[in-house]
Write a protein that binds this ligand. Structure first.
Ligand code: MG
Ligand code: MG
Length: 258
């Protein structure tokens, strides 16, 4: 969407709400809990705020059935769109857990995701997991840094790709970011690899979801039989971070920042 002056405050409020909900769900992502409980928590918090969980019942283009949950929970080799409530799983200490959610606040959609290492607050000794998460988060920041009016979609893609290449991670190129605001997914598609200066020009007011996914091994993914969960083909672990941002003539405004 191209946000109007009236819609911007709604976007900001929706983004703030989603950020705080994801933060709470992230805190609850501890060993022994289940993916189903995390989904229920996200749903409870969204409804408590008077907003709409936007993933449940949503059928993306080409999908055989609607998505059945409020939250996506993707563990270790699962890259994105893990279904938390059909075959619930128990979180193990050290799991890399991706949490992805979309809510609608007063008719406006916001989308955000983060990855955490499940633990109980103790120092994390899995430096490999930490580095993977840090790099993916930095790629998101790098993409956002060049997301401004007058630049192009390819500038975002190239910035993400550069960090993935530098750090030696697999850059998931079959999935990417997208426009958001008026629906769960809108144009333009924002690949996680690409060439600077190419693709659609960014305009002030555009609302975009930028979402790099990096893996420790192959960048290739395959879709599981459930029709939603994407896993790495080589079983390597993956991380995913996503923000909804507002394009301006200056620095983009991160709407889903904690
Ligand atoms: Mg998302
Ligand atoms: Mg998204």
């Amino acid at each position: 969407m191209i946000a109007t002056a009236i819609e911007v405050p709604v976007l900001r409020e929706g983004g703030k709400r989603l950020a705080s909900i994801l933060e709470e769900v992230a805190r609850a992502t501890v060993p022994g809990t289940t993916t189903e409980k995390l989904n229920a928590l996200a749903e409870k918090l969204i409804l408590k705020g008077g907003d709409v969980p936007s993933l449940i019942g949503y059928t993306p283009h080409g999908a055989a059935r609607p998505y059945p949950a409020t939250l996506c929970v993707s563990i270790n080799d699962e890259v994105v769109h893990g279904i938390p409530n059909e075959q619930p799983r128990t979180i193990q200490g050290g799991d890399i857990v991706g949490l992805d959610c979309v809510l609608t606040h007063k008719g406006i959609f916001v989308d955000s995701a983060l990855s955490v290492i499940a633990g109980k607050g103790e120092p994390v000794w899995d430096e490999a997991a930490r580095s993977l998460l840090d790099a993916t988060k930095e790629a998101l920041a790098g993409g956002i840094a060049v997301a401004r009016a007058g630049n192009h979609v390819g500038d975002i893609s190239a910035a993400i790709e550069k960090i993935g290449v530098e750090r030696g991670y697999g850059i998931v190129y079959e999935l990417g970011g997208h426009g958001v605001g008026g629906a769960v997914h809108e144009e333009p598609y924002i690949p996680n690899v690409g060439d600077a200066g190419t693709g659609e020009e960014l305009l002030p007011g555009m609302v975009l979801a930028i979402e790099p996914m990096f893996t420790e091994g192959s960048p290739k993914v395959r879709l599981m039989k459930d029709g939603y969960t994407f896993v790495t083909i080589d079983g390597s672990r993956a991380a995913h971070f996503e923000h909804t941002i507002l394009i301006t003539s200056g620095a983009a405004e991160i709407l889903t920042a904690i």
